[in-house]
Write a protein that binds this ligand. Structure first.
Ligand SMILES: Nc1nc2c(c(=O)[nH]1)N[C@H]1C(S)=C(S)[C@@H](COP(=O)(O)OP(=O)(O)OC[C@H]3O[C@@H](n4cnc5c(=O)[nH]c(N)nc54)[C@H](O)[C@@H]3O)O[C@H]1N2
Ligand SMILES: Nc1nc2c(c(=O)[nH]1)N[C@H]1C(S)=C(S)[C@@H](COP(=O)(O)OP(=O)(O)OC[C@H]3O[C@@H](n4cnc5c(=O)[nH]c(N)nc54)[C@H](O)[C@@H]3O)O[C@H]1N2
Ligand code: SF4
Ligand SMILES: [Mo]
Length: 726
């Protein structure tokens, strides 16, 4: 694969999107090419989505690019320390070691963990499916199982497509109910929407209301008309109580979707035992307030219920994710303007003909040690360590491991155990730009180009954007010859582990995509054969070629007629800002992938889980243990921006928020260190007393714990070491 388009050396201002979080803000970056440095990063005023907004993290593009600690060449761990390697030697070594493990112990002896930044990389996203297919391991892990996977499962069950995730139509709604999300800090997740504050102000200005349900009075709750403290992990109970009220008070009015739906009566039956009064001891929410919220939601002309990470990362995450959609559906707010709607990305991944109608990818295999089912090909990250340990997994253990843009030692549950398990591996490779708490255990580290050095396209977040859009991002700097893009490295590693070539894998991927996007009956490109499309896309093996295919065959594409109006790579490359493709529009039943294109509200997996929820109702009411939740902060991105001085400087941020009443009871004082004990370990953190916490709940941010002397993170280790909450 060679690099595509070159940047005109005369340009000193480049407009592109920010690839750090889902908001994908438009940036205007001023560079001095003579010395290869970034002069300034500003919000692009002309970007139709972000209108000049940016947050402090955008600065990380410069900070990471210029960071002396960032890795620029492959490294190999030796007794005497880290040694640089040439790419060919590094890949040869990786290929040989992985192939040996596979031959001796089978394909599942190799495991891989894929982290969050891949979601922000065009080449990474395009090639990772082939990487996964080529590794063909049952030991596939990713950040998804700590993030949106419960939502993926519920969407798969109800809509037939795991990425059919309804997004709150924040710019048109009159009533927004947020559970477990703090978009004022995250700038919206599964709701890509830069400058959330402006959008909340507009909601208010049109007479709308914001209600936030959160165990902490978050920055978003601070702006809300109403904030309800909820006990962590009890959202499914609260949401069921809303559903219960809607039925009890005859507020159910699904509108046009009723005719497409199965199971409405069953929903009523399932909600029966979860009255606002019955769940109150578990949620901590006053039953009258629950009824009020249900009534207000139902009475609003247009309302949207939205749940985010707080509703996913918990015991009943799938039920909570499902119930968010149920509330929208029962009140007629699903798939209508101002409610929760489905975006339509330009690259076509949400068009029904792209999906093969395969059966539910669930429990086709199980983890070896505790027998957890896979979903979507993945096992939960929580079993990663035990699957590696000789003591737990024996001969069946993972022996070779590849991390891709991930720092699981800090980001996954029981990081301490994982750290020890990584040392048991026979061989570990990390595809990463830092020598951090995870990658320092690798035998070989393969770095990739930084965001400013490669082109980009915000694939994933056009599927979660509050308006339809397309956006091309050119590279800002030409990378040095030894720098490789993530997609290139993924293909090379997968190819060598398989004894094949990257060319072969690329061809396999391209041919598969051609057959999926082009020539299918009923699709916009049914008039073309894959071969004809191939000719028009050229022979250069680049991620751009794959993107061009998706755009041209996509719903706004030129359908391979260069004279037509529609989108192609060439066209989006000419637009320096995001291309606005209009507000979200109703898409049901057209995009349903369920049998008979019906909305399938009560799948047996969900019904079984409701049974479990019913048992928990009795158990939990008497549980008064202290609970720990996380806390995202404006200048962190999970674990990986703490080495950028401008973002890391200032007071230590990894503090423990404690309600003053709890502090008194536990004899803790503001500014003093507290010990936090859980089943898996003990950490200490400085206490900050604040009534923003719900009594009984404390908050510690994740992504800290930069205390490992064997890393190369000179800023993080000194400025923001903190404690590893995982
Ligand atoms: N307690 C607690 N734990 C959590 C969460 C929580 O809320 N609370 N949130 C969870 C969630 S939602 C997520 S998504 C995960 C994140 O989990 P991870 O993705 O494992 O964690 P990150 O800290 O984002 O690690 C990113 C890694 O990618 C590397 N990297 C960054 N940019 C690039 C690049 O361009 N190329 C390459 N090759 N590498 C790059 C960084 O050096 C770093 O090693 O954490 C989860 N963990
Ligand atoms: N600045 C910044 N932005 C980010 C990130 C970052 O690290 N820093 N990470 C990015 C990533 S990977 C993701 S996935 C998104 C996440 O996006 P969000 O979900 O908006 O992120 P959080 O700020 O973690 O918000 C979760 C909220 O849920 C609350 N909460 C915790 N437990 C519960 C519960 O049981 N029930 C309810 N109702 N609430 C609960 C927390 O107090 C918190 O306010 O953010 C992205 N954006
Ligand atoms: S909000 Fe996200 S996308 Fe926007 S500038 Fe900040 S990090 Fe970048
Ligand atoms: Mo995430």
């Amino acid at each position: 694969m060679t690099s595509a388009k070159h940047v005109d050396p005369g340009i000193d201002r480049v407009r592109r999107s920010c690839p750090i979080c889902e908001a994908s803000c438009g940036l205007s970056i001023e560079v001095d090419r003579s010395v290869g440095s970034v002069l300034s990063i500003r919000g692009d005023e002309e970007d139709p989505r972000s209108l000049g907004y940016l947050c402090p993290k955008a600065y990380a593009l410069k900070g990471v690019y210029e960071d002396k600690d960032r890795l620029r060449r492959p490294l190999r761990r030796t007794r005497g320390g880290w040694e640089e390697l040439a790419w060919d030697d590094a890949l040869e070594l990786v290929g040989t070691r992985l192939r040996t493990i596979r031959e001796r112990h089978g394909k599942d002896a190799i495991g891989t963990y894929i982290g969050n930044p891949i979601g922000h990389s065009m080449s990474g996203l395009l090639y990772v499916p082939m990487y996964v297919q080529a590794l063909n391991t049952e030991r596939l892990f990713s950040a998804a199982t700590m993030d949106q996977q419960p939502k993926n499962l519920s969407s798969r069950l109800v809509f037939g497509d795991e990425w059919a995730i309804p997004i709150p139509d924040i710019d048109r709604t009159d009533f927004l109910l947020i559970l477990g999300g703090n978009p004022m800090i995250s700038q919206g997740s599964l709701m890509s929407a830069p400058n959330i504050r402006r959008r909340f102000e507009a909601l208010r200005a049109r007479g709308g209301r914001l209600v936030v349900v959160d165990p902490r009075r978050s920055e978003t709750a601070e702006l809300a008309d109403r904030h309800l403290f909820i006990k962590p992990g009890s959202d499914a109970f609260f949401l069921f109580a809303l559903v219960n009220t809607l039925f009890a008070e005859e507020l159910v009015a699904p509108g046009r979707l009723a005719a497409l739906s199965d199971g409405i009566d069953k929903l009523c039956e399932l909600a029966a035992s979860f009255t606002p009064d019955a769940v109150a001891p578990v949620t901590g929410i006053d039953p009258d307030l629950t009824r009020t919220v249900a009534r207000e939601f139902a009475a609003a002309a247009r309302a949207a219920c939205y749940g985010r990470i707080g509703t996913c990362t918990q015991e009943f995450g799938t039920l909570a994710s499902w119930l968010v959609d149920v509330v929208n559906f029962l009140t007629g707010n699903l798939d209508r303007a101002g409610g929760a709607m489905f975006p339509r990305p330009a690259t076509g991944q949400s068009e029904p003909h792209i999906h093969d109608g395969s059966p539910l990818p669930y429990a086709r295999w199980r983890s070896r040690v505790r027998g957890f089912p896979e979903y979507g090909g993945q096992l939960p990250v929580a079993v990663m360590a035990e699957e590696m340990e000789r003591a737990s997994a024996g001969e069946e253990r993972i022996r070779g491991f590849i991390t891709v843009c991930g720092n699981p030692v800090l980001s996954t549950p029981n990081g301490g155990r994982l750290r020890r398990a990584l040392e048991e591996l026979e061989f570990m490779v990390s595809i990463d730009i830092y020598l951090n708490e995870t990658t320092r255990h690798a035998d070989v580290i393969l770095p990739t180009t930084t965001q400013l050095e490669h082109t980009n396209y915000d694939f994933l977040f056009q599927g979660t954007s509050v308006r339809n859009m397309a956006r091309w991002s050119p590279r800002v700097f030409e990378p040095p010859p030894e720098a490789k893009d993530l997609g290139w490295v993924l293909l090379e590693v997968a190819a060598r582990a398989n004894g094949t070539t990257a060319e072969n894998l690329d061809e396999l991927l391209f041919a598969g995509m051609l057959a999926t996007w082009v020539g299918k009956p009923g699709s916009p490109c049914e008039h073309l054969t894959p071969e004809e499309a191939r000719k028009k896309l050229g022979s250069e093996r680049t991620p751009e070629r794959l993107l061009d295919l998706m755009l041209r065959a996509g719903p706004y594409g030129d359908h391979f007629d260069a004279a037509a109006e529609g989108l192609s790579l060439a066209k989006i490359q000419q637009v320096p800002h995001a291309i606005d493709l209009g507000p979200l529009e109703p898409r049901l039943p057209g995009m349903l992938r369920t049998e008979g294109q019906r909305l399938n509200w009560v799948h047996e997996i969900l019904v079984d889980d409701v049974e479990r929820l019913r048992y928990a109702l009795a158990d939990r009411a008497s549980d008064d243990r202290m609970l720990l939740i996380g806390r995202r902060q404006l200048r962190n991105m999970n674990s990986w921006l703490h080495n950028v001085y401008v973002l890391a400087k200032g007071r230590p941020r990894c503090t423990l928020l404690v309600h003053p009443k709890d502090a008194e009871r536990l004899n803790l004082r503001d500014g003093e260190e507290a010990e936090i004990r859980a089943r898996t370990g003990i950490v200490t953190a400085r206490v900050r007393c604040s009534d923003e916490m719900m009594p009984g709940v404390v908050s510690l941010p994740h992504g800290f714990g930069h205390t490992d002397a064997k890393t190369r993170l000179s800023v993080a280790n000194t400025k923001q070491p903190g404690a590893n909450s995982n």
